[in-house]
Design a protein around this ligand. Structure first.
Ligand code: C2E
Ligand code: CA
Ligand code: CA
Length: 918
């Protein structure tokens, strides 16, 4: 069943057509009506015009009769005694009937007073005799006696066709009689009311137009004019009508003439039909079209009624409104059809557009649904600048943004800095159509700042002209996979028990480390060690405790500088790079490193609530670049490790016997130093520092009086102490001892103003509490800070410039001064010298030694003096051995110096003696 809206929709299609049709029909109707009215008006005008013409024609006819009758009357006026022969001859001479066939006859009706009847009858009889009529026909019908006057037709023309007229006494015809009397009374022409003419067999209606005839008398009395009768024309109405019609004056009008009565009668008389034209009864014309005119015919009023006998209008004229109607209807229908077709087409188009639109909407909806519910992130970006133009929900979700927030960002702004270069190159390739698609795995920044690994595919989108203004990017969050990969990687490259890098990682990275070493020409060391008696531990205390120990070992090694690897069950490896650029120093540092590890692992571990002391045996193999293969390096360390086991475990061994010897010596020395400080084997020597020839103070130089080896040079043990860290303790002792000396000298005249310069090692200076230690030395001794000068080296100053400056400034605020030792051998630059709050530059002895022989060194020495002067710093030369060197320096404005020329470093007593002597 059709629903109402469906029906309405069906009807709606037709509405415009129906509207157009209705409008068309209404217009047609109006037009046709207008046409009809105008045609009618034309018809009426034409009708009216015809009517006037017709009325005129009737009037003319009447006038014509009047003239005929008037002419006849004149005969009587001339000769009242006119006889019937004259009458007939004259009338026949007119032969009015040719022109007016409706004039049935002309007659003279005589007034016959009662007294003159016999005379009259006699005359009549003579006439009848002459004509051969029977005597009985005279005066008929005879009204009998009693009438004062009789009116009898005496003269008649023609007699043929007018049977019964001659001798007729008109008393029997009231209308005729009335008219006669009127003529007599008025003396003018009269017309009778219609009456039936005796001589006519059919349609006998007719009238008489008569003139009275009087004798030519005067006044009243016997000589007064006497009415003798009337001359009349008898007119057959129907013939008159036919004649009018035939004359053409009626021009297609049907005419009816009625007698309305006498003119003088105030009240309307009885209407008597006079006659109609033959077309009258045939006409079908509407009564409404009837036009009536009143015509005064002598003493009577005639009413002339006209009807159009044939159409007033031509066929075409009459048809015009119909044609217009038909045409209008046709046009309306055509227009309606066109409207319908157009409506249909419009509706079809509308439907098509609507359904296209709906299809588009559905398509858009589907697209949006797909776009937004896609399991992958999709973006549309500007191919030029990577700005986001559109992203789907998933895209935002992957990166923790709402879609709108991304609209102000670009993909570049979210990309990992390391990948920007590759991205840009790929985008350029896409823009240049060099590639059709770019696929990569990359990192994008999540809103929370973390990096999300995504799989990215970028393809260009072509516009209608084939440009590539956009890029469609599809991203998938692969961070889980990346995490899994990382996990796998981690598992593949790490030991599950300890979390340390495993052998595989070692084998991966070692070649790289060796190559890097080769490039830098630096020595490194591989330290391989395993736990002593680990198997026994496992067997006696269980594998759990064995595992626990391994984990503990790993924990203690974790902070080690270098690659720490669990190499096997209880075997570990430490790879240290960049130790030194020579084997001896590298060995020393590797030894120190190994010693440190042994030391750390020696500390007891709690296993299952009981303490356990683990020890390790360690083999060390140095490497310098990649001249050794990884296998070779490992097997050397392994060999050395077995050597360590053979040597009673809990120790380390170098693969190289010579290095091992060195290590042995150093190990011994290191141990001896410790003991030496406890047993006060160290003492200070003083080398005078002169200015303009006067001793102004001394540099304090450390001496070790070894019980077995005698006096040991600081050049031998200071570097070792520096590596082992013992130098901190030792340097502290030097500082305190020097301060005590200064404090002592304060009480001795001539010594109170001496300056002491104390060497400070890098490791010592870098101690966080270095400033406090210096201040403590000064405070505990009572020495003056301004008499203490600290000698620092360039390498030390360069390490952490801000911290260095901070420490120097704090000490300077107490009065401590600073000298830059060995100046000229390091990296000194003007910029950095300017920043440091130094007081003095110390020209290194290597330059001083050669100032006379090496012009280069001389230039350096000169430059140092000039530089120091320009920076507002004092300058001192060390290692001055000859007068010539001193001369050179003084020539170059360096007046402060120390060296063998004046004195070697000497014990305090000797120094004091030197001072006293000078
Ligand atoms: P240095 O600070 O450059 O000390 C100067 C070195 O040159 C001293 O060697 C000194 O004996 C030597 N010397 C002095 N005048 C001459 C000379 O005219 N000709 C020659 N050929 N040599 C001369 P020393 O005493 O063996 O000290 C060696 C280095 O040990 C020092 O070099 C210094 O760096 C370090 N050192 C010495 N004592 C200490 C100390 O108490 N603490 C620290 N940290 N280092 C010290
Ligand atoms: Ca020094
Ligand atoms: Ca020096």
């Amino acid at each position: 069943m059709n629903s109402l809206p469906t029906i309405l929709r069906a009807v709606v299609h037709w509405l415009p057509a129906i509207g157009v049709a209705m409008l068309g029909l209404v217009l047609t109707h109006v037009l046709a009506e207008q046409q009809r009215t105008s045609v009618e008006r034309v018809a009426q005008a034409r009708h009216a015009e015809q009517v006037e013409a017709a009325v005129n024609a009737v009037n003319q006819r009447i006038l014509a009769y009047t003239e005929v009758v008037a002419g006849m009357r004149d005969l009587y006026l001339v000769d009242p005694a006119l006889d019937y022969r004259q009458f007939e001859r004259i009338a026949a001479g007119h032969d009015v009937r040719v022109s007016y066939p409706e004039i049935r006859n002309l007659s003279f009706t005589r007034r016959v007073p009662a007294a003159g009847r016999s005379v009259f009858e006699q005359r009549m009889r003579e006439q009848a005799e002459a004509k051969g009529y029977a005597a009985g026909q005279i005066i008929h019908p005879d009204p009998g006696p009693g009438f004062e006057n009789l009116f009898v037709v005496e003269h008649l023309w023609p007699h043929a066709g007018n049977d019964g007229v001659w001798g007729l006494s008109i008393h029997a015809q009231p209308n005729n009689l009335a008219s006669m009397l009127r003529a007599w009374a008025t003396g003018v022409a009269v017309v009778s009311a219609p009456f039936s003419l005796v001589q006519e067999r059919e349609l006998a209606n007719g009238f008489l137009l008569r003139f009275p005839v009087f004798t030519a008398g005067r006044g009243a009395g016997p000589s007064a004019p006497e009415f003798i009768g009337a001359i009349a024309a008898s007119i057959h109405a129907r013939s008159m009508m036919s004649a009018l019609e035939d004359s053409g004056f009626l021009r297609g009008l049907a005419l009816k003439i009625e007698d309305l009565g006498r003119v003088a009668e105030a009240e309307p008389g009885v209407t008597i039909l006079l006659g109609t034209t033959p077309s009258w009864s045939a006409t079908r014309a509407d009564e409404a079209l009837m036009v009536q005119r009143e015509l005064v015919v002598h003493d009577r009023r005639w009413q002339l009624s006209f009807l159009p006998a044939q159409g007033l209008l031509s066929e075409q004229e009459r048809q015009l409104p119909h044609w217009i109607s038909a045409g209008g209807v046709l046009a309306s229908l055509l227009l309606a059809m066109v409207a319908s077709v157009l409506t249909r087409r419009y509706l079809l188009t509308l439907n098509a557009v609507r359904s296209t639109h709906q299809a588009l909407e559905r398509s858009e909806d589907r697209f949006l649904a797909v776009f937004n519910q896609a399991a992958v992130g999709i973006s549309l970006t500007d191919s030029e600048n990577g700005h986001f133009l559109r992203v789907n929900r998933k895209y935002g979700a992957i990166l923790g943004y709402h879609e709108d927030e991304l609209m102000v960002l670009s993909i570049q702004s979210l990309s990992h800095p390391d990948e920007l270069g590759a991205d840009e190159a790929a985008m350029a390739g896409l823009r240049a159509s060099a590639v059709s698609e770019y696929h990569c795995e990359k990192r994008l920044r999540h809103k929370n700042g973390s990096w999300i690994w995504v799989d990215l595919t970028v393809s260009p989108v072509f516009d209608s002209v084939g440009e590539r203004p956009w890029h469609v990017g599809v991203i998938q969050d692969i961070s889980a996979r990346k995490a899994a990969e990382a996990e796998l990687q981690y598992l593949a490259y790490h030991d599950a028990l300890t979390g340390l890098p495993n052998r595989r990682q070692l084998l991966d990275r070692l070649p790289q480390i060796l190559q890097a070493g080769a490039r830098r020409q630096r020595f490194g060391a591989l330290l391989m060690f395993d736990l002593d008696h680990f198997k026994l531990l496992n067997e006696t205390r269980g594998h759990d405790q064995g595992d626990q120990l391994l984990r503990e070992v790993a924990a203690r090694l974790r902070d080690e500088n270098g690659l720490v690897v669990r190499h096997g069950d209880d075997e570990f490896i430490l790879v240290a790079e960049d130790l030194a650029d020579n084997a001896v120093l590298a060995a020393a540092r590797a030894g120190a490193l190994g010693e440190g590890v042994l030391e750390r692992l020696r500390a007891p571990v709690q296993l299952g609530g009981k303490p356990y002391q683990a020890t390790v045996s360690m083999g060390v193999s140095l490497f310098a670049g990649d001249e050794l293969s990884v296998d070779e390096l490992l097997s050397r360390a392994d060999l050395a490790m077995h050597e360590a086991k053979l040597n009673g475990r809990n120790t380390f061994r170098f693969y190289d016997p010579a290095l091992q010897e060195l290590a042995n010596v150093r190990a011994a020395l290191s141990a001896d130093m410790q003991v030496g400080l406890e047993q006060q084997q160290f003492e200070l020597f003083y080398q005078p520092q002169l200015e303009h020839g006067y001793i102004r103070g001394a540099e304090v130089l450390l001496r070790w009086r070894h019980p077995r080896d005698g006096l040991v040079s600081p050049a031998t043990f200071i570097p070792l102490a520096e590596e082992t860290g013992f130098v901190v303790e030792l340097g502290d002792w030097v500082l305190r001892t020097a301060c005590v000396q200064l404090a002592q000298w304060k009480k001795t005249p001539g010594f109170a103003e001496l300056m002491l310069a104390v060497n400070v090692s890098p490791r010592q200076f870098r101690q966080a509490d270095f400033v406090e230690r210096v201040l403590a030395a000064l405070a505990s001794s009572g020495a003056e800070a301004r008499q203490l000068k600290l000698e620092l080296t360039e390498g030390l100053l360069l390490h952490d410039v801000d911290d260095t400056i901070d420490k120097m400034m704090r000490l300077k605020s107490y009065g401590v001064s600073f000298s830059l030792d060995d100046f000229g051998t390091g990296y000194s630059s003007l910029a950095y010298l300017k920043r440091l709050p130094l007081d003095q530059l110390k020209i290194d002895q290597s330059f001083v030694r050669d100032v006379l022989t090496d012009p280069n060194d001389a230039a350096i020495a000169r430059t140092v003096v000039a530089l120091a002067t320009s920076l507002g710093l004092a300058v001192i030369a060390e290692g001055v051995e000859t007068e010539e060197q001193l001369d050179f320096l003084e020539r170059n404005h360096c007046h402060a110096w120390q060296g063998y020329l004046f004195s070697k470093p000497v014990p305090v007593a000797e120094f004091e003696a030197l001072l006293v002597r000078s």
